[in-house]
Design a protein around this ligand. Structure first.
Ligand code: PMV
Length: 333
């Protein structure tokens, strides 16, 4: 049997950064995100899963080549968590294709782990069970629990494997909000998110990290309201506030996690100047130097024109609110 799934990344408006349980990826705070579908570049991660009878071990094939290193271990670990959770026993061949712009610095772990969980759900006949899919995706990458859904998504932290999963707040048709990603660096992150967040939880002074944790539910409530009312000014201010808080936690981590570059600063300045001109554009980052600007569709051209002029910018990806992970008919094998 073979099943193939496609999934997209997502951008957090209320950020996930740290776990109460690192193995199960039970987070310290709930989070809220928007699933992103590329308009000028695809942002798709595709995974085919095929059952294999004659092999004692799973196989992982990335872009036509069998991987025997770190990527394989990551996929095998994720598959094993999903097998334990569901009782599925068969050996599998995993084949993946990523169609993100090459060297964009967008790691896509949310897209890859949710595509793997979706294809796995396809094999066990459970694609309608969104809670199960979100739990299974979470075990591969925390933020993947949200990419199972399209639109605006909340990941309720919960406190056990069964209670930590995401739910859709509004689907992708609710609001034609756009995300313009300014690509600033093509190198992989110096510190992977999973390691950075462990470090923050361990070393960030208690008063900052606990403030970051405790304000999440309030931010989720306020942002949910702004999304309901399609209120960009409210959403934007809260997004930037969350971003500052996240930046503070990163900078107060020991050693400090400074993910920004000069180009990041340039672009943030450009977005602030757009706002001085009355354009509703709001900027933030993830655990990296790329900048994510949220704006309603009618301001996209102006935003792109402005940030294109920033010195050092490598590329621009224009995204709409995207669909969640889903099965597709065309297999990679
Ligand atoms: O899902 P992970 O383990 O790759 O962590 C990603 C965390 C951030 O992208 C930095 C924030 C988030 O909420 O998506």
């Amino acid at each position: 049997m073979i099943k193939t799934a496609l999934s997209h990344p997502n951008k957090a408006l209320v950020i996930y950064w740290g776990n109460e349980n690192d193995t199960l990826r039970i987070p310290t705070r709930s989070s809220l995100s928007v699933t992103l579908e590329g308009i000028n570049h695809p942002l798709d991660y595709i995974v085919s899963l095929k059952t294999i009878e004659s092999s004692e071990r799973d196989k992982v094939i990335i872009d036509g080549i069998e991987d025997k290193g770190e990527i394989r271990s990551h996929f095998i670990c994720h598959l094993s968590a999903m097998r334990n959770y569901t009782g599925f026993k068969e050996r599998l061949e995993v084949t993946t294709r990523k169609s993100f712009p090459v060297g964009s610095g967008l790691a896509g772990s949310a897209a890859s782990a949710s595509a793997l969980a979706e294809a796995f759900a396809g094999l066990i006949g459970k694609t309608e069970d969104t809670k199960l899919k979100s739990i299974m995706a979470r075990r591969g990458s925390g933020s993947a629990s949200r990419s199972v859904f399209g639109g605006f998504v909340i990941w309720q932290k919960g406190n056990t494997d069964d209670t930590s999963y995401a739910k859709q707040l509004f689907n992708e048709d609710h609001w034609d909000l756009r995300n313009i990603i300014a690509i600033v660096s093509s190198s992989p992150k110096k510190i992977r998110s999973i390691d950075g967040m462990k470090l923050s939880k361990k070393t960030c002074p208690e008063q900052f990290y606990s403030e970051f944790v405790s304000v999440a539910n309030h931010h989720i409530e306020q942002i949910s309201k702004a999304v309901l009312e399609r209120d960009i000014a409210r959403l934007g201010l809260l997004y930037e506030k969350e971003n500052s808080l996240f930046r503070e936690v990163c900078l107060r981590t020991a050693p400090p996690l400074d993910y920004w570059t000069k180009v990041t600063d340039n672009i943030l300045d450009k977005v602030a100047s757009l706002r001085d001109d009355g354009v509703p554009a709001y900027a933030g980052t993830d655990a990296g130097p790329n900048v994510h600007v949220f704006t309603p569709s009618k301001h996209v051209e102006r935003v792109i024109r402005t940030i294109q002029g920033a010195e050092g910018i490598l590329d621009i990806i224009h995204c709409r609110v995207g669909k969640g992970s889903h099965l597709v008919e065309e297999h990679l094998i």
